[in-house]
Design a protein. Sequence first.
Length: 395
Amino acid sequence: MKHWRAYLEIQKPEYLQTRLPQDVAADAVVVIPCYDEKDVLATLRNLCQSATPKAKTVVTVIINSSVRSEKEVVLQNRKTYDEITAFAAENNRDILRFFPLIFEDLPRKHAGVGLARKIGMDLAVEHFLNTQNPEGIIISLDADCTVSPNFLTGISTAYRQTGPPCCTIQNFRHRIETNDKKLENAVRQYEQHIRYFSQMLRFIGFPYPHHTIGSAFSVAADAYVRVGGMGRQQGGEDFYFLQKVFAFGRVERLDDVFVYPMARYSDRIPFGTGPALQKIADEPDGQMKTYHFNAFLALKDFFDLRQSFFKQDTGFIRQRISLLHPAIIEFSEKNDVVSEIEECNRNSATFQAFEKRFFHHFNAFKIIKYLNFSHPTYFSYDALSRQIEKSNRSF
């Protein structure tokens, strides 16, 4: 665990001044970022009701605000802190402990859900280090979620098996607490879109086709440290972090373990569920538009050639790419894809090593970059329902 200490030593010391409870050696730490949330106690009550494993769990709520936060937000956060403190006094027990922390005046450049999640997860690493628990589990959740009764037990069981995963991905379904048909239409389409995108990644042969939802994953503390920890992005931190974890080791999907985030419009972050729901709701026909199935087909043709690229010269690689869809040809030229394939060949003795390096270059970030580049020039955005129907006919 020496590398854990080395990791913590390079983190901002002001965020590690407070430690998680030292009178309990937790097996798992649930990290919940909280910003201007008026009903986080509903999440905590739900965790109390969910079946708990014999393993000990600490739930830490990272209540945060920035130097730019309005006074009303700061006051709400302080009220939330007092409420959780009182809740913890009444509900803490040996196997489940609640622990709120409040951070105010976070720097303008980094304040947001990414930094809050990182603070909590780094504190979890420190807790496991201090209690000498190399098998500690970090569970990510959000302040507007409820969970299935097997939430804690299902995650704990996954890590107790022989050859445990480096992370788990939980299932999800958004809940709607108002009779807003427009919102329900938007969120059900958004869920379909997430699953469509994952299905397409699997279809084209991408090795990491898992969804990336901040409230629906857990990670082994050791894996967390080895990939460099959570980023401080103000949105999308879950996506960036999980791409590193997926490439690090085995991922286990827990299809019967559910998280139920609340569906709501939001402009707190530049992208994610809230902005996506608003965009769908603003569509004149109420139909979400998504990437065309044929764009994935073109990318699949490129990915299917990867074995033929192994240990081949530049001329051969360029010739094979020249036979592909014009979108792939132009994207490859503008993004030095041939040079990246050459780099893979220079540094790979086996095809397995080549393939790993290939998908390091052509990762999920680049797939999305390609999709955005190819739409609408080569492929049209189209109704999600039609693209799902096309994909289903091809499987």
